[in-house]
Design a binder for this molecule. Structure first.
Ligand code: SAT
Ligand code: MN
Length: 607
């Protein structure tokens, strides 16, 4: 069998089902990009933008009911329901193939079916994986071209004729009643119909690189995580890498591209990835991470020259903008980018004025830009071996509860901390925004199998490596009694990252509390930052009552997994409850070494 024959047979099968007028194989070339872009402009899928201001940039507007991932319509189709677990929607594979197949049948009549071979991961990397997506959406093709290595480059990497993920996508009629995003981990296949948006339709991203890859990684001994990857270069020239899991729209892109505050001259921050990390053990006993993607599908609102100058520089050319406002001179704008223009065309194509009080851009408006255009891109971002991880961060949006940063006691406790993650929901997924939900490892919507087994896999990975990264929890979003954020965030987050790296190197003062190791007030480098002592104390405090309430809520969440929950996670929970009951959580002391408070057994821990 030739390398292409299994792909050809599968594409023929897809074409027999969808009955397109023609089938076009994408090669990933520049000439093809020009041709397809012109076609997208002709059909209205893309609108040209000002070629002087934004060369090679285009605007796409989605129908208003197709602007975010639809988690309710996303299914894991394992033969046994228990294998999908209580946190996933499950559908019997036979039923899913029938239902989705029924909607897909004949859906491309009179249309073109594009065949996109694509590679996730650096070329030549043992971590890289090939997928083939069929789709009738030019918008999807042009986004996949940025987000993956598309075309011949992917076919060259195919290790065996059958070694590709089958990604079937059809736009359908976009009716929510006929929208399904189905994953078949056992078949290495994804069938998605009825949406043209982001994670629902760019099947290399969440569907392959997290849900299917996670399933494969579990049996093959690696991890597919919803993590950005960043390198911090010290003035000495040494660079250390950190991976961080945060839910969608919680600042992974900003963190991966941060600019050090003025007081940190000589530090450089290098971007490896902003959304997904594939992590595997290296021969040296450390964990190594690659970014499987080739571009950034970032949230536009809130992105500005102040919050993320690297992203702003990156998206000035060759970028697809989705659901942003178009200015009168064919530029783009979104809330939080700059002072609003007086008028323009909003994300739904309607005339808009700044006085209207309406949003110009959708809160989940996006830019799709090639990673290579990012000024802070790491020279190792395509390294086949990846980068070695010193630390892993878990974080969410939590107005209360979690301190700015704390360190877990060890790997297993870190996994437990990851399992306890919670965050306020954002516009990246359809549904209510701002409600706190449990989102372990930021993987709740992306875990392709039973999450209890996923926790087990995390625990097992820790046993496999001699020098696992240290695990921290961060919260940039804590608010004071007045409802204002306590921490300035953005570039200033480097201060917390440097404390984490200090801890990895046997430095950095910490205070032991029931929840983990919290920096002493003096341990954070606050040079050049005007942060009143009471704000710092509030940022680092862990209120025992709040934590007891949270532990009870976490227990309820964990109970959903029943007997399948690894005993170690239960044991960690019991230990936390025990510590919280026994020790009153101290507020951090501002006077250097911490003093135990009340009956507490808190102490300063060197490392
Ligand atoms: O829509 S995507 O899943 O691609 C973006 C996100 O939610 O992180
Ligand atoms: Mn994401």
């Amino acid at each position: 069998m030739s390398k292409r024959s299994a792909i050809e047979a599968w594409v023929d099968d897809a074409a027999r089902r969808a009955r397109p007028e023609r089938v076009v194989w994408c090669d990933g070339s520049e000439a093809e990009k020009e041709r397809l872009t012109a076609e997208a402009v002709r059909t209205g899928a893309l609108a040209p933008l000002n070629p002087k201001k934004l060369p090679g940039c285009f605007l796409h507007r989605s129908p208003p009911h197709d602007v975010a991932r639809t988690e309710k319509l996303t299914f894991i189709c394992t033969p046994k329901k228990e294998d999908a677990g209580p946190t996933n929607n499950w559908m019997d594979p036979a039923e899913a193939y029938k239902r989705v197949g029924g909607i897909f049948a004949g859906s491309m009549k009179g249309r073109t079916m594009y065949v996109i071979p694509f590679l996730m991961g650096p070329p030549g990397s043992p971590a890289a994986r090939v997928g083939v997506q069929v789709t009738d959406s030019l918008y999807v093709v042009l986004n996949m071209r940025i987000m993956t290595r598309m075309g011949n480059a992917a076919l060259e990497e195919l290790s065996a004729p059958d070694a590709f993920t089958r990604c079937l996508h059809g736009t359908g009629d976009l009716d929510l009643a006929r929208r399904f995003i189905c994953h078949f981990p056992q078949d290495n296949a994804i069938w998605s119909v009825g949406s043209g948006y982001g994670g629902n339709a760019l099947l290399g991203k969440k569907c392959l690189a997290l849900r299917i890859a996670g399933f494969l990684g579990r049996s093959e001994g690696w991890m597919a995580e919803h993590m950005m990857i960043v390198g911090i270069e010290a003035p000495s020239g040494e660079t250390h890498y950190i991976a961080g899991a945060f839910p969608s729209s919680c600042g992974k892109t900003n963190l991966a591209m941060l600019i050090p505050p003025a007081a940190f001259e000589g530090y450089k921050v290098w971007t490896v990835g902003d959304d997904i990390a594939w992590i595997r053990p290296g021969a040296d006993g450390r964990l190594w991470a690659v970014n499987p993607e080739a571009g950034f599908f970032g949230v536009a609102p809130g992105t500005s020259r102040k919050t993320n100058p690297n992203a702003m520089a990156m998206i000035q050319k060759n970028t697809i903008y989705t659901n942003v406002l178009k200015t009168l001179d064919d530029g783009v704008w979104w809330e939080g980018m700059s002072d609003p223009p007086a008028s323009g065309t909003d994300w739904q194509g309607r005339p808009w004025t700044s006085a209207s009080g309406e949003k110009g851009a959708h809160p989940n408006a996006r830019f799709t830009a090639p990673a290579a255009q990012c000024p802070s891109i790491s020279k190792h971002w395509q390294d086949p071996a990846g980068v070695p991880l010193s630390a892993i961060l878990f974080g969410g949006r939590r107005a209360r509860l979690a301190p700015l940063i704390y360190e877990s006691f060890d790997w297993n406790h870190g996994v437990f901390v990851g399992s306890s993650m919670a965050s306020e929901t954002t516009a990246a997924a359809a549904g209510q925004v701002g409600v706190v939900r449990r989102d372990p490892m930021a993987m709740l919507p992306f875990c392709g199998y039973n999450m209890a087994d996923y926790f087990g896999h995390w625990l097992a990975m820790g046993r496999r490596v001699k020098n696992p990264p240290k695990i921290f929890h961060v919260n940039w979003f804590r608010k004071g009694a007045d409802g204002a954020f306590l921490w300035p965030g953005y570039g200033e987050n480097l201060r917390a990252l440097l404390w984490a790296l200090d801890r990895c190197h046997g430095k950095g003062q910490a205070q032991e509390t029931p929840i983990g190791l919290v920096p002493t007030a003096k341990a954070l480098n606050l040079k050049g930052l005007d942060l009143p002592t009471d704000r710092l104390e509030a940022l680092l405090a862990a209120d025992a009552d709040d934590w007891r309430t949270d532990a009870a809520d976490h227990a309820q969440f964990l109970a959903r997994f029943g007997k399948r929950l690894p005993p170690e996670i239960r044991r960690q929970h019991q230990a936390l409850v025990h510590r919280l009951g026994r020790v009153s959580t101290p507020a951090p002391s501002t006077g250097g070494a911490a003093k135990p408070r009340k009956k507490g057994k808190s102490r300063t821990v060197k490392n």
